[in-house]
Design a binder for this molecule. Structure first.
Ligand code: F6P
Length: 342
């Protein structure tokens, strides 16, 4: 049997660990052969492939990014997309497709499996941790670790100058990275997309922190929006690829804090640093286990399924269960960390 593998959407630490586990177990235990598809769905659409065998996955476990390349191409928006994928899979002799991706990639995999009978298995990835039906996605732990280390470092420089340090982390729709790194890093304010924030309240927390003779650290998710203003909405723009850019909530907030409290403020935007580099041990562990179970789904002919973490067990769920709705931060969880604000 020949199995295709692709990685789609934004890259994330741990992708190579999944690929390695799939190939190692597939070759050694089941005698399968593999075709690596380049650049997400672009690969099966255009027949772009790379060799994928034991030699190709040697040494990639600790490497960030993806040896297969990635893209945000959506075949459902392409001329004749489904037919081209079916034709290319048939021409290459690929009988099953393992798709490693987030909401968009897995959304496509669901439709290909359920509506068009293409045998897909899903593996959930995203640093944002906002996919439903799995307790964690790999990449998240690494991103939280990087953000936490940055916050730790910013504490000392903030205190040396008695300034406000605003740290903008990733998370357009869900505040998981902000919540976890903010809590782990001892932030004084954490702002997430799920809870529009009150700028005056943020300023009050900042001021009370200064009164206690400490310099405040404000962690803000890139998708957080102020309750009372439409400024961030006005700053939204589409880039040349049609993606929404929520530019500058961190920078905007620092300016507001300076204006309203009279304290000096600086912003650090962590950006893609959170996605690059070597995966944490937890992400390697999770990604490897996902890979081992994904190839078992192929062996069992269990298509339209995604591997997921439930407690400490790897389970199989319909791919659609992961993408039906985003997993966002519940209000109770946010309230729980509020005790540290100010
Ligand atoms: O979904 C992962 C993610 O890193 C988001 O947190 C972020 O908003 C987005 O991707 C950035 O996408 P791009 O790399 O296309 O700019």
């Amino acid at each position: 049997m020949r199995v295709g593998v692709l990685t789609g959407g934004g890259d994330c630490p741990g992708l190579n660990a999944v690929i390695r586990a799939i190939v190692r177990k597939g070759v050694q235990e089941y005698g399968y052969e593999f075709t690596g598809f380049r650049d997400g769905w672009r690969g099966p659409l255009d027949g772009r492939t790379v060799p994928l065998d034991i030699a190709a996955v040697r040494g990639i476990l600790p490497r960030g990014g993806t040896v297969l390349g990635s893209s945000r191409t959506n075949p459902l928006n392409e001329q004749d997309g489904i037919r081209r994928i079916k034709d290319n899979l048939a021409a290459l002799g690929v009988e099953a497709l393992i798709t490693i991706g987030g909401e968009d990639t897995l959304g496509v995999a669901t439709r290909l499996a359920d509506e068009y009978g293409i045998p897909c298995v899903g593996v959930p990835k995203t640093i944002d941790n906002d996919l439903s039906a799995t307790d964690y996605t790999f990449g998240f732990d690494t991103a939280v670790g990087i953000a936490t280390e940055a916050i730790d470092r910013l504490h000392t420089t903030a205190e040396s100058h008695m300034r406000v340090l605003v740290v903008e982390v990733m998370g357009r729709h869900a505040g998981w990275i902000a919540l976890h790194s903010g809590l782990a890093g001892g932030a004084n304010v954490i702002l997430i997309p799920e809870q529009p924030f009150d700028v005056d309240q943020v300023c009050a927390w900042v001021t009370s922190r200064f009164r206690a003779s400490y310099a405040p650290i404000v962690v803000v998710a890139e998708g957080a929006v102020p309750r009372d203003g439409d400024m961030v909405l006005k700053d939204q723009s589409l880039d040349s690829f049609g993606h929404v850019r929520l530019s500058g909530v961190g920078e905007w907030l620092a300016k507001q804090i300076e204006k309203r409290t009279g304290n000096e403020a600086r912003t650090t935007v962590l950006g893609h640093v959170q996605r690059g580099g070597t995966p944490s041990a937890f992400d390697r562990w999770l990604a490897t286990r996902f890979g081992l179970h994904a190839i078992d789904c192929v062996r069992d002919g269990d298509f339209g399924k995604m591997v997921a973490l439930s407690g400490t067990a790897i389970v199989r769920v319909p791919i659609a269960a992961a993408t039906a709705r985003l997993k966002t931060v519940e209000p109770e969880l946010y309230e729980e960390v509020g005790v540290f604000f100010g």
